[in-house]
Design a protein. Structure first.
Lengths: 367, 73
């Protein structure tokens, strides 16, 4: 077991994780997940927000087992390798806000960094604008880091603090199992408390146990290898360290090959699944997301893995993402295949202003 | 006797532990540097960065769960 761990913490770890994600994500699409959405942390949190009734966009409501698996897989790895360290206190409220704004931006593009790479590997060229925006946002975040930006230190916390997120995930799993028991009124309208889509992307999903197992497996690998789709770009630019970048490149290649084999590679701009063709806002949305993820210390997947390790600040970032997804759909900020929502562009501009102000003002307090 | 310079990176998010170490070894050029971290990720990132820059790395686990990394060049 320890030799596996040594291997995963070596420079090969992110590459192995990237290959596994690159193969399994398109397989999940084959088994029922929406197109180019084998894994998308933001989209899946948005579906969870919908399932909990935080928004009522009827086509994107489902409790995604992959998210539950990411946290629990990381928890298992952290417990086995003695890295379960409950901690909190590094500007939690700011992290909540960053989770919200990252989600606003990602839902304007229609995908988190994971899905941006998966969309590109599926031939969706709109992702190019998203990835360029992501790199621009990360670049801005790096400028803030270089000028002394910090959310301050976390402190060790009681064990119970670290178990909150895993228990929230177990509760979501219980609700996922129980959801078919929740009914509809005489007119056939869903009355909650859990809402599942009957049409649209929310109704498309791989079999529950397979999705959960894939999530646990990826969560386990990523906790050991420190896989991060934002850190990949950040470390390459800021530290001249390409360990994580090779992981993302491995993901791209593996997903491209797997899509080819499965007949899921469809190159072009038009008629891509769960995507729109507005290049300007694909760029802008991901620039906001890239900045917010960089200011929070990692991509949305990494936040889930850290939450599994007991990092309650990352846990709060994840809750911010779920709440943010609720706002994004309630207030027409999220895009649809028709294009950006009515308030999507304003949300991106407002989010940029907030993140830039945070970038200039958040400094570690002395003493 | 020279005082050993310390970078206390405990509790800081990525990429700050590695970034602060990088700034410190660039300023120091050679000598001894002590870096305090409290996560496996920071431990790996700091030691990889230092080794790549040609520094010798030794690690000491601290009783309260953090790790003291000593860099020498």
């Amino acid at each position: 077991m320890s030799s596996i761990s040594r291997f995963l913490t070596s420079r090969w770890g992110p590459i192995i994780t990237g290959i596994v994600v690159g193969i399994l994500a398109p397989v999940l699409v084959k088994l029922g997940n929406p197109g180019n959405m084998g894994v998308c942390v933001v989209c899946f949190n948005r579906d969870i927000a919908g399932a909990l009734g935080l928004h009522r966009a009827g086509v994107v409501q489902y409790i995604r087992p992959e998210i539950i698996g990411f946290v629990l897989g990381a928890l298992i790895a952290a417990l086995i390798f003695r890295e379960f360290k409950p901690r909190t206190g590094s500007a939690p409220l700011v992290r909540f806000l960053l989770g919200m704004f990252a989600t606003f931006g990602a839902l304007v593009f229609l995908g988190c960094p994971w899905r941006a790479y998966l969309r590109l590997a599926g031939g969706d060229w709109n992702a190019i604008f998203g990835i360029l925006g992501l790199i621009a946002g990360i670049g801005l975040g790096i400028a803030f880091l270089r000028s002394g930006y910090s959310l301050g230190r976390s402190r060790p916390a009681p064990k119970a603090v670290g178990w909150v997120m895993p228990f929230i995930m177990l509760t979501l799993f219980a609700l996922l199992i129980a959801a078919p028991q929740f009914g509809r009124d005489a007119g056939g309208n869903p009355i909650g408390p859990i809402f599942f889509s009957t049409t649209g992307p929310g109704s498309q999903h791989a079999p529950l146990l397979i999705a959960l197992f894939v999530g646990v497996f990826i969560g386990f690998l990523a906790q050991r290898s420190r896989f991060c789709t934002v850190g990949a770009v950040r470390d390459a630019i800021l530290l001249r360290d390409s360990r994580l970048l090779y992981g993302v490149l491995a993901l791209l290649v593996a997903a491209f090959v797997t899509n080819l084999i499965l007949g899921q590679f469809n190159p072009g701009f038009e008629k891509q699944p769960v995507a729109h063709v507005n290049g300007w806002w694909n760029f802008g949305g991901m620039a906001l997301a890239g900045l917010a993820f960089t200011l929070a210390g990692g991509c949305p997947g990494r936040q889930l893995f850290l939450a599994g390790e007991g990092d309650a600040d990352s846990g709060l970032f994840v809750i911010g993402m779920i709440v943010g997804a609720g706002f994004a759909h309630n207030y027409s900020m999220a895009s649809s295949p028709a294009g950006p929502g009515a308030f999507g562009p304003s949300a991106v501009i407002a989010g940029m202003i907030v993140c830039v102000v945070l970038g200039f003002t958040m400094r570690e307090s002395k003493g | 006797m020279n005082e050993i310079k310390t970078v206390d990176a405990r509790g800081l998010s990525c990429p700050q532990p590695a970034m602060l170490t990088r700034q410190a070894i660039q300023k120091l050029d050679n000598g001894t540097l002590e870096v305090l971290v409290d996560s496996g990720t920071a431990r790996e990132n700091v030691s990889r960065l230092a080794k790549n820059a040609g520094w010798a790395v030794t690690m000491e686990e601290q009783p309260e769960g953090s790790c003291r990394i000593v860099l020498k060049k």
